[in-house]
Write a protein of this length. Sequence first.
Length: 493
Amino acid sequence: MTLDPRTPVIVGAGQYLHRADDLDDALEPAALMERAALAACADAGLDGPPPADAVRVVNVIGWRYRNAPRFLAERLGITDAELGQSANGGNSPQGLVNRTSLDIAAGNVDVAVLAGAEAFRTYMRARKQGVTLEWPKADDDDNPVQLGDELDMNHPAERERGIVMPVQVYPMFETALRAAAGRTVEEHQQHLGKLWSDLSHVAAGNPYAWIREPKSPEEIITVGPRNRMVGFPYPKLMNSNSDVDMGAALIMCSVEAARRMNIDEDLWVFPQSGTDCREHNYMSERDSFTRTPAVELGGRRVLELADTTIDEVELIDLYSCFPSAVQLGAQSLGIDLDRQWSRTGGLAFAGGPWNNYPMHAIATVVGELREKRDATGLVWANGGYATKHSFGVYAATPPANGYRHEQPQDEIDALPKRSVAMGDDAAGSVDIEAYSVMFSREGEPETALASCLLNDGRRAWGSSNDPSIAAAMCDGEWVGVTVQLDAEGTVKI
């Protein structure tokens, strides 16, 4: 078929890990991005950086550059390019690919460098040692083009109880999923151990994974000094590993530009379709903690746009910050978790560089599609509390109907929302819907957190700093148990 010269294509993918011995040989995030971008250029068969008219960077968490794409562009010697930076969220790398694909197809961008990196391992080591890092920052008025809007994801009721971190929320989703599955705590831990052991074995075969030692299910679930409980029921090995220094990059361009740069067509991988959407902003307003309707709708739509089905997709990477995210995503997409659902080893083992993990997933899928030219790949990227979702379908063959993209947000916004009770309105008898217990670094149960339902269906949040209550809620099943909330949101048993 005749290929539209504006068809977007990925021609290069690069990943880079840096295991610094100490702070003297550590690399800042822009340097990690540079290494990954140069690897992507070499992967495309280029002698150096391409004549890019856009440099787009995933928002960096561990160092506030203000204008991170400027520092990357300067390192690569790229001038007169749009300098763009994503909003926060693990959905943003796939979202950047979707946006760049649309811009290329529309003729607004010809060649783009997409990159992201974190040096959080180095950043935290410096803090512990009391060392001030001499990494650059742009002037206050030097701002990149903002690609995507920031989203307020914390309801006042959640903030009031201090429930503002994914490490607190995803374990709550897990207890809700466990109760819905009808498993005991022990049975469900065995289920999670197998799930995450499989993930570690994928990482063992990934040369760009941070942790490449496969773990047995028992190692995953056994709590000890090197695998302390973080937020019940998740010990450390079930949490995203942000203690990494790593970067990834993609070279995207139009077919016309790829030919102009004489890039071998065997290296071309085509974005087929993309969708971007989100659940209700606040988890307080979601109908259920055991379903992700935006994943159901966004995932179904991206497959329809690519004229394929989930059973026909051979290469899948599900966002895997915590086990509950994987289970919610797989359930919503119709994926049997007995099949391979990660291409990298996930955020626990391949590495969880905050917002940028999906860039590594996409780079990995690009390499695999070059080897399996008849295969199709799907990447699901997730941000917030299973809140923001971005999907991409990829193949080594061009899309029959050109790149297609949708944002089915209106349909999701029309779905039911729960009302939220606070203060005196929430006081009284409530049923626990989902819960977690946060542990101290010394391994002691510290704070119990619970999402509760009132008799009228409204949701209320509760917590307790009573160690005896925190400890009690680590024993047996508490979903469905009736407790008391006072006007301050304190759980009373």
